[in-house]
Design a protein around this ligand. Structure first.
Ligand code: MRU
Length: 345
């Protein structure tokens, strides 16, 4: 993603719904466009959603001038933050970034509207830059867990498209490959929206990392065949006990990895942790519209009127997670004490 211009500038996003067929950037000039881009997964992945929303706050304040009082400005800020917070419920990075924007504004009550907008643009830029650095650090820490010859399974897309940097799970793979380790990635296609097939394979191919695409229901067999030696996925929200929400299907992969004695790693920045909730039971799971399953890419794949349940995320229980790779280091074993010590320390 790129911000072009000063605080009256615009946000440019890759429209991920069009990949891999078409690489098109879209310009967001209104907060409604940013909301729509998040809701429709044009921009997606927990850290990327947070960054986009932070820039969305700046866009939301663009209609105001120094003629408007600070009270008017604060009211508009509240409105914009609440509106963007409604776009998607599961990835905590969205709420983390919006809170951070609000806190930055509250810390400077005497700024004029235009000064405040500039300050908020600096904050959004800082969120984006820090995310890039967190990805790099996750890569460095995670690469230590990888050795040459490993087959690594991943689910959904936790790469550059999902963050401001190199990704989380994919950052580990990029860093391991940069160290000269030979790895082979198995990418689950990730029904219903195919983030694995469309986005993860695209990113890995561009970086020259061997990747084999499999349907989601093949993961267990591929493990049984000993092609996979580790699983690494991203996360959308991690509770205080280490339970980790990620794209639907991650729960099954975590159970399968445990059954086969294969390490299951989550890679995520500290902005993905929600220490206000004790366990994954409290993570809100987004439910998306049935057409994603019955008419995924423009063609009916089920009879009209078929009943559908479409949760977009599930939760990998902490006792299935071998370690959580963060920018601050590795949490292993995954216990509430270790989570708190690393994230709050
Ligand atoms: O619905 P999506 O595509 O936004 O879901 C994304 C995921 O589940 C990712 O694995 C997660 O956000 C981690 S991204 C570094």
């Amino acid at each position: 993603m790129r911000w072009i211009g000063d605080s009256q500038g615009t946000l440019w996003l890759i429209d991920q719904t069009l990949l891999p067929g078409e690489f098109r950037e879209i310009e967001c000039t209104t907060v409604e466009q940013v909301w729509e881009a998040i809701k429709m997964l044009r921009v997606r992945g927990a850290p990327a959603i947070g960054c986009a929303a932070a820039y969305g706050v700046v866009i939301g304040l663009q209609g105001l001038t120094d003629q408007d009082s600070r009270a008017t400005c604060n009211a508009r800020l509240e409105e914009v933050v609440s509106y963007l917070a409604e776009s998607r419920p599961t990835a905590v990075n969205l709420f983390w970034a919006l809170d951070r924007m609000k806190t930055a504004a509250q810390a400077l009550p005497d700024l004029s509207t235009e000064q405040l907008r500039s300050r908020l643009l600096d904050e959004a830029r800082a969120i984006e830059e820090e995310d890039r650095e967190m990805c790099a650090a996750i890569g460095r820490h995670g690469a230590k867990l990888i050795s040459s010859g490993m087959g690594i399974l991943t689910h959904c897309n936790a790469g550059g498209l999902a963050t401001a940097g190199d990704g989380t799970a994919l950052a580990v793979m990029f860093a391991a490959a940069a160290e000269g380790k030979e790895i082979h990635v198995y990418a689950d296609e990730t029904r219903p929206l195919l983030q694995g097939a469309r986005l993860t394979t695209w990113e890995l191919q561009q970086r020259g990392i061997p990747v084999t695409l499999i349907c989601d229901n093949m993961a267990g067999w591929v493990m049984k065949e000993k092609r996979v030696h580790a699983v690494i996925t991203g996360a959308d929200r991690i509770a205080a006990n280490g339970d980790s929400a990620n794209k639907i299907g991650t729960y099954s992969v975590a159970l399968l990895a445990k059954a086969h004695g294969i390490p299951f790693y989550i890679a995520a920045p500290s902005s993905t942790f929600d220490l206000s909730i004790e366990s994954g039971d409290q993570i809100p799971i987004e439910e998306r519209k049935p057409e994603e399953i019955t008419n995924g890419f423009g063609r009916a794949t089920a009879p009209a009127g078929t009943q559908v349940y479409n949760p977009a995320f599930d939760v990998a229980p902490a006792d299935c997670i071998t370690a959580i790779i963060t920018e601050k280091g590795i949490i292993q074993p995954v216990t509430p004490e270790n989570v708190r010590a690393l994230i709050e320390g």
